[in-house]
Write a protein that binds this ligand. Structure first.
Ligand SMILES: *[C@@H]1O[C@H](CO)[C@@H](O)[C@H](O)[C@H]1NC(C)=O
Ligand SMILES: *[C@@H]1O[C@H](CO)[C@@H](O)[C@H](O)[C@H]1NC(C)=O
Ligand SMILES: *[C@@H]1O[C@H](CO)[C@@H](O)[C@H](O)[C@H]1NC(C)=O
Length: 264
């Protein structure tokens, strides 16, 4: 049974790869829209990617990471937990540093916190004030001009993900205009749109932006293959459904962003 599943997954990987090759050939190289984002302020841009658990960076944000790095934008990865829900925190911390190396961010630009009130837990929302308090120091010390994170649904509905934008907003409200970074949230898709896999590159156009400030970034075949390699670093997480995820999840292929302007 396990062998059959593995075999099916491998066949699926091949099909998805073929599909993405064909689609990319048809639709040309990625034209990452994030380059048009009116990032406030002066160069050099320094972006903070705010995640909840090791592997979020690959599973949800890789198309954007590649695009930012290709534009020589410094990316700092701040992961608020070690992902210790199953007691694998230290292993996962290590997997994340390998993944950051593969993605091109570099382990040296990764920070992983292990705060008692920000623990990996599928039934806990994290408090915005605590998130804001741990964000302040990295935002100031790295001179961050933009924070990228989940939106208030958090893609999968995981309350740890969903807590992040409110925490970031809380911080920004408490910063003076001149130091305040802009904040972008990754748009959560409906269940149907979430699993369009490589087709997302095509269907991207069928789900037009509904909010004024919105941007999208698409992967390429080479980038997609690199993201598979980064996902492979998260060895402790490679259960069978993650193979399906990397094939069919829209977020491995396209990221759509909204700028968070509310109440700032
Ligand atoms: C990024 O930096 C490298 C090395 O400094 C340079 O060769 C490359 O042209 C730069 N790319 C962009 C898009 O600015
Ligand atoms: C997650 O939080 C719930 C509710 O506070 C708690 O009962 C549970 O023990 C926590 N799980 C872990 C793994 O810490
Ligand atoms: C705002 O920042 C100040 C110092 O920078 C801090 O003392 C205060 O607790 C912060 N307030 C909130 C709501 O985070």
């Amino acid at each position: 049974m396990a062998n059959l599943v593995t075999l099916l997954c491998k066949a699926g990987v091949l099909v998805a790869l073929l599909l993405s090759v064909v689609l990319s050939a048809c639709f040309g190289p990625a034209t990452g829209g994030l380059g048009n984002v009116p990032f406030k302020s002066t160069l050099p841009l320094r972006v903070l990617l705010l995640t909840a658990h090791p592997d979020d960076e690959v599973m949800f944000f890789s198309p954007t990471i590649f695009e930012l790095l290709a534009r020589n934008i410094t990316v700092i990865s701040l992961c608020l937990s070690t992902g210790n829900a199953d007691g694998l925190g230290e292993i996962r911390r290590n997997e994340l540093s390998h993944s950051l190396d593969v993605l091109g961010i570099g382990a040296a630009n990764g920070i992983v916190l292990d705060h008692p009130q920000l623990q990996d837990n599928i039934s806990l929302a994290w408090h915005p004030e605590i998130i804001a308090s741990v964000l302040l120091q990295p935002v100031l010390s790295y001179n961050i001009n933009a924070i990228l994170t989940f939106d208030s649904y958090g893609v999968s509905g995981h309350p740890n993900h969903a807590s992040l934008p409110a925490g970031a907003s809380h911080l920004l409200r408490n910063m003076t205009m001149d130091k305040r970074p802009s904040l972008y949230s990754l748009r959560s898709m409906s269940r149907l749109a979430k699993f369009t896999g490589p087709m997302s590159i095509v269907t991207g156009g069928l789900f037009p932006p509904i909010i004024l400030s919105s941007y999208s970034t698409t992967t390429t075949v080479t980038r997609y293959l690199t993201s598979l390699k980064a996902m492979a670093q998260h060895r402790s997480q490679l259960v069978w459904f993650r193979y399906l995820y990397v094939l069919f999840s829209r977020y491995m292929f396209v990221n759509e962003w909204n700028e968070v302007l509310s109440a700032l």
